[in-house]
Design a protein. Sequence first.
Length: 412
Amino acid sequence: MIRPAYRTLDPAGIRAFLAAQPALAERLGGSRADWRVREVSDGNLNNVFLIDGPAGGVCFKQSLPHVRVDPDWKMPLDRTAFEAAYLRAVRPHVSDLTTELLHFDPDLFALVVESLDGHVVLRHGLMQGGDWPEAAAAIGRFVARATFPTSPLALPFEQASALLAPFARNHTLTRITVDLVLTDPYHAHPRNHWLSPELDATVADLRADPAVRRRAGQMQARFLTCRQALLHGDLHTGSIMVAAHDTRVIDGEFALPGPIGFDCGLFVGNLLMHLFATPTPEGRTRALRDIAQFWTHFRRDFITLWTDAITRGRSGDAYAAPLFRDDPASLRQVQDQFLADIEADTIAFAALEIIRRLTGYAHVADFDALPDRTVRAARQQAVLRLARDLLADPTHIPTIAALSALAAARVA
């Protein structure tokens, strides 16, 4: 339901809105007439503007009562409220790996965060041949630092439940994930599309494979029933901004409780698609490096946080400190198994992300770097077959290292 006070703000309305907030007006400097307002909306859901003043800048984001790219698809407005709540929950743990929340208006569903003008969207930068060798490691640290402290590994169950409960009500965007990512690509649906006719047989074979359907169903259940920690929920290369030595995760409106491997899998799946889409050997080498760097830093930081919590007696009710504080060998065993489970989830969700991005509703732009349609179809077919194999026989590729080796062999 649209609240009576809600209205979609145009540039003049944004200036008036910001001028009415003393802290924001001071951050921009000068008067509203001095401020430059630029629309930079890039995603499917919201209006986004950058505002620059004599003293500084901010980013303004507002929910619309429909999908931005499809006005006939009506949507509730609360997605920016969930994004604001996500920033409040994780920024104390991840610091400058995300953006600072400056203001949220619950009537206008308007969110104001620090400006990242001068950064580029990681997906766009990679497509243009750019290289940010620190970015994947930073995302690994981000996922570890956002998920461990919001899980029962770090919190008493009462605190974990209280933290996660509001995000469990993010029904609309979770429904989008359940449908568009986990369900629609595996049956006929009017939203689905792909490179046709070149991929028609590949898509038909994928849908007809009972092992793929069983694994997809298993991961549906995993996504909906395993509430390990607070997830970003949409962690792909289009939700990451990069500069020379700075990496920021943005767009947390899909936040929800779920399996940690879901966030990991979305990021790895997008790196795999970039691997198959990039036209140069150098680009493929960097994509493989980034997959390895992401997993190495995620795993290392997660275990470090966990071990430190046990050592200090400040862990949560899952694998509680009294059981393991004086038994480091057993602690390492349970950590290895826990991370192996996340690794398996990561590989499966990466495969589901690939399939949905190439045969479902919202495609990635990475393959646009291949202007030759025949080459583009061949590369998409290769990565779709990789995804199918990962789902059909999950025990065959149990680790990120094995996945990278197989992907490197198939893209060569």
